[in-house]
Design a binder for this molecule. Sequence first.
Ligand code: NAD
Length: 292
Amino acid sequence: ARPSVAWIGLGIMGSPMSENLVKAGYHVTGFTLEKDKLDRLAEAGGTAAGSIAEAVRDADVVITMVPASPQVEAVAYGPDGILENARPGTLLIDMSSITPRTSVDLARAAGDKGIRVLDAPVSGGEAGAIEAVLSIMVGGDRADFDEAAPVFEALGRTVVLCGPHGSGQTVKAANQLIVAVNIQACAEAVVFLEKSGVDLRAALDVLNGGLAASTVLTRKKDNFLDRDFEPGFRIDLHHKDMGIVTDAARAVGAALPVGAVVAQLVASLRAQGDGGLDHSALLRAVERLSGE
Ligand code: NAD
């Protein structure tokens, strides 16, 4: 029989990902803060739980997909958290994007309770979650990775063990650096092209056939063309990730000169009240700098 799964955090990513596990034949019991998301899981064939304790009590695998380190700590620790209420032997897979340090600490604290942990953040966005083609970057022990492989296969396409606890988060931090810089480059090109009076759709099509092609340019093209900044991936979350990569890079003495500038632009969007918009809204920051 397939292991029974508890899923904590049914947001933009967690909802479609947990539904993919249901489709793959897993029994999924979910808990999240929004009632409508719990109802959605139940309609998809999962079970809605009233608390974390209730969700994890009989689970073989617990998956967390919450916004950031403080929320991972909130769901993991304390009398109502995962570590107190899951059975020894449970495999806890944290798929949130958080600081590598938090993942390392969690693995140690869980180990004291006989609970094994993998950090397994993802890339591919909401579309990748829905289509189950996520890239999953994993940190932890090889045996636990092998045990989790069928679960990962139901959620993603590229699944790689990157090293010990925290390594998945380190790779995800690099991913977020690349994506932010790439969006910023595309946003600068879009503003430049529009001010130059070139047909933007035609320009983006031909750019995507050459060396400038990117997943960002493909996936965010319509966001740029339509000024549609419905998330997607929120600026608030990318702000969090730029903080993670900035801190992690400083700790090892790696310079991020361009990343630092893009981090400031992401922060400026947030300060101007645009934190809830998709990260393609970096276009707005460039427009403002260009006098629009
Ligand atoms: P989201 O805000 O849409 O969802 C977060 C969910 O966590 C919410 O449903 C919320 O109820 C739940 N939650 C928060 N605190 C909780 C608590 N104490 N107990 C139970 N549930 C709690 O966020 P998202 O966009 O799904 O992102 C989740 C994670 O995945 C983040 O770390 C993000 O950086 C990462 N990520 C997001 C994307 C994307 O495109 N959205 C892509 C890759 C990675």
